[in-house]
Write a protein that binds this ligand. Structure first.
Ligand SMILES: NC(=O)c1ccc[n+]([C@@H]2O[C@H](COP(=O)([O-])OP(=O)(O)OC[C@H]3O[C@@H](n4cnc5c(N)ncnc54)[C@H](OP(=O)(O)O)[C@@H]3O)[C@@H](O)[C@H]2O)c1
Length: 305
C-alpha cells in the first residue's frame, strides 16, 4: 500500500516520503480501516512517539498521521463493537503506524461510528482538534456556564473548536491570534478578540480558564490573568507556570468514543463547524506539508477520492 513515512529525525519535513509499505494486520482488539481521509499535525515530527515505540525501540520507518475517517475492512481477534463495512473516524495510537496510508491497524476503542451524512474529509478533521478542545475545556478545565475563557489561536484548528464549544457551554470567550484572524475568530463565536501582535494581552482582565496552544511568553503572561480558582490548560509542552491561586494542566489528547460521538452530533446539527484549511491527496501530501504558505485551519489528506 502507499504510505507517507519518515526515517530520519534530523531531516525534518524534508524527510517525508511517499513509499510502498506492507498492508497492516489486525492484532487483538484491533480493526483494519481503509483510510478515506486523514489529518496531520505538523509538530508530529517532534514527538518521541513518531520515532520510538512504547518500549522506546526505534520504530522507523514510521507512517505519519494520527486521525482518520474510513471504512472497517477487518477485525482482530476478540474485537467487538464495530463491524466490517462500518464507517468510522477516530484517533490512532501515537506509537503505532499512522493514518497517512491506504490502510491502518488500530484499536477499535479509539474509533467511533461516522454517521452516513458526515463526509470523510469532515470526519478526519475532527478527532485531534475536537477531542483536544473537549478534554481541555470540560475534563481538565471543568468549565462552567458563566465563566470566561481566553482561547489562544482561536482561528486555528484547536482554538476554533475551543471557541465554539465554550460558547455553547455558556462561557464568555476572548479569542486571540494574529491581526488577520480577528474576523475568523469572531465568526467562530468569540465574544471579543485580542490581536497578540498589537493589543495588550494584560488589558483582557481576569479570566477563569486559559486554553493555551502557543506556550512561551504568551503562556506565562496569560497565567497572570487567571482568577482565583481558575485553570490554565496547555497542549504545547510542560510548563512551570503556576497561576497564583489556580491549576496549570499540561495534557496530551486521548481517544474517546463517547466524546467523538458528542462532537460529530454537533457537526450534524450545526452547533459546531469544522475548520478545514487545505485538502490534498496522498500523492501531493508531502509537498503540502512542506509548503511555506500560512496554514488556515486543518490540513486534511483525502486518501481515496
Ligand atoms: N498535546 C496535545 O494533545 C495537542 C493536541 C492538539 C494540538 N496540539 C498542539 O497545539 C498547537 C496548535 O495546534 P493547531 O492544530 O490548533 O494549530 P493551528 O491550526 O496552526 O492553530 C494555531 C493558531 O495559533 C496562532 N498562533 C501561534 N502562535 C502565535 C503567536 N505567537 N501569536 C499569535 N498567534 C499565534 C497560529 O497562527 P500562525 O499560524 O500565524 O502562527 C494559528 O492561527 C500545535 O503546537 C499542536 O502541536 C497539541
Amino acid at each position: 500500500m502507499k504510505a507517507i513515512v519518515v526515517t530520519d529525525q534530523a531531516a525534518g519535513e524534508a524527510g517525508m516520503k511517499l513509499v510502498q509499505r506492507p498492508e497492516p494486520r489486525a492484532a487483538i482488539n484491533d480493526v483494519v480501516v481503509e483510510v478515506h481521509a486523514a489529518g496531520f499535525v505538523n509538530t508530529e515530527l517532534e514527538w518521541p512517539s513518531t520515532w520510538a515505540d512504547r518500549a522506546f525501540r526505534d520504530r522507523t520507518p514510521s507512517i505519519l498521521g494520527h486521525e482518520l475517517a474510513g471504512v472497517v475492512t477487518a477485525l482482530g481477534y476478540g474485537t467487538t463493537g464495530l463491524s466490517i463495512g462500518q464507517r468510522v473516524f477516530g484517533l490512532a495510537d501515537w506509537h503505532r503506524d499512522g493514518t497517512l496510508a491506504e490502510y491502518v491497524a488500530m484499536e477499535a476503542r479509539n474509533l467511533a461510528p461516522l454517521p452516513g451524512d458526515v463526509d470523510f474529509t469532515v470526519g478526519a478533521s475532527l478527532p485531534i482538534s475536537g477531542l483536544t478542545a473537549w478534554q481541555g475545556l470540560f475534563q481538565h478545565g471543568r468549565l462552567q456556564a458563566g465563566q470566561s475563557v481566553l482561547a489562544h489561536g482561536a482561528a486555528g484548528a484547536v482554538g476554533s473548536m475551543v471557541t465554539q464549544l465554550a460558547r455553547e457551554a455558556g462561557a464568555y470567550v476572548i479569542g486571540s491570534g494574529r491581526a488577520a484572524d480577528r474576523q475568523k475568530a469572531l465568526d467562530f463565536g468569540a465574544n471579543e478578540f485580542v490581536d497578540l501582535d498589537n493589543d495588550k494581552l494584560e488589558e483582557v482582565g481576569g479570566v477563569d480558564l486559559v486554553f493555551d496552544v502557543i506556550g512561551g511568553d504568551i503562556q506565562k503572561r496569560s497565567a497572570a490573568l487567571i482568577r482565583a480558582g481558575g485553570t490554565l490548560v496547555t497542549v504545547v509542552g510542560p510548563t512551570d507556570i503556576r497561576p497564583a491561586d489556580g491549576l496549570a494542566i499540561d495534557f496530551v489528547v486521548e481517544a474517546d468514543r463517547g466524546q467523538l460521538w458528542e462532537i460529530v452530533q454537533r457537526i450534524r446539527d450545526g452547533r459546531l463547524r469544522t475548520n478545514i484549511g487545505k485538502v490534498s491527496s496522498l500523492e501531493d501530501a508531502v509537498a503540502t506539508f512542506n509548503s511555506t504558505e500560512r496554514r488556515a485551519g486543518k490540513t486534511v489528506i483525502r486518501v481515496r477520492p
